[in-house]
Design a protein around this ligand. Structure first.
Ligand code: ADP
Length: 195
C-alpha cells in the first residue's frame, strides 16, 4: 500500500511483523492467565474427535518444522474415541506442546505426536529429541512463569506461561498433563482426557 519496498525494508517489515506476533501472543497468555486466576476462563465443550485438531496444529507448525529441518512423525490412531472437549482450548494446548517441542529441538531433530486410547481415556503425547528436562524441573515447569533452571536463548522466546495455562485447560477437562524426560534424552509431554 505504501508503494515499492526495497529488500532491506522488506526484511525490517518482516522483523516488525514477527515481533508484533510475539507481543500478541504474550498479551494473550497474560489475558488467559488473568481469566483462569479469576475463574473466568469460559469453555465451550462439545463431543468430538481430536484428530482434526491435531492435523490443524501440525499444519500450523509445518513452516517452522521445515525451517529447522525437523522431522515430524505423526502416529495418530485412525479410530479414536470421541471426547468431550473445547476445540479452541485443546488446540491451544496442542500448539503449546508442539511449539515447545520445535523450539527446544535442534535443527535436524525429531518430533513425534501420538495418540492412543487407554482404559477409557484418550492419551496424546508429544515427544522431541531436544535437550531434555532435569528431574527437579519436571513438575515445576507447569507453574506460572517457571522456565526451568537452565537459562538460555530460549528463555527470551517465552513467558513460562504456556504449560501453566495448558495444565489449567486439561484439568478443566477432567484430564491430566505431565512430562517425562531424562537430560540429554529428549522430552515427552503427555495429556489424557476422559472419553
Ligand atoms: P515458555 O516455553 O514460554 O518458557 P512454557 O510454560 O511453555 O513456557 O514452558 C516452561 C518451561 O518448560 C520452558 O521454559 C522450558 O524450560 C521447559 N520446557 C517446556 N517444553 C520443553 C521441551 N519440549 N523440552 C525442554 N524443555 C521444555
Amino acid at each position: 500500500v505504501g508503494g515499492e519496498t526495497s529488500e532491506k525494508q522488506r526484511k525490517l517489515l518482516s522483523i516488525l511483523a514477527e515481533e508484533s506476533n510475539r507481543l500478541i501472543s504474550v498479551v494473550n497468555s497474560l489475558l488467559d492467565l488473568s481469566k483462569l486466576e479469576a475463574g473466568m476462563m469460559g469453555y465451550d465443550f462439545e463431543v468430538t474427535g481430536i484428530d482434526s485438531l491435531i492435523k490443524r496444529a501440525v499444519a500450523e507448525i509445518t513452516p517452522l518444522l521445515e525451517a529447522k529441518q525437523i522431522r515430524l512423525e505423526s502416529a495418530v490412531g485412525p479410530s479414536l474415541p470421541q471426547v468431550r472437549l473445547d476445540p479452541e482450548r485443546i488446540l491451544q494446548v496442542l500448539r503449546n506442546l508442539l511449539g515447545n517441542a520445535v523450539k527446544f529441538t535442534a535443527r535436524g531433530g525429531q518430533v513425534r505426536i501420538a495418540t492412543k486410547a487407554v482404559n477409557g481415556k484418550l492419551e496424546v503425547s508429544v515427544k522431541d529429541s531436544g535437550p531434555g528436562i532435569a528431574p527437579d524441573n519436571l513438575v515445576s515447569i507447569f507453574e506460572k512463569f517457571n522456565q526451568g533452571s537452565r537459562l538460555g536463548p530460549h528463555t527470551r522466546q517465552g513467558t513460562g506461561l504456556g504449560l501453566a495455562i495448558a495444565k489449567s485447560i486439561i484439568t478443566a477437562h477432567g484430564g491430566k498433563i505431565w512430562a517425562e524426560s531424562e537430560l540429554g534424552q529428549g522430552s515427552t509431554f503427555i495429556f489424557v482426557l476422559p472419553c
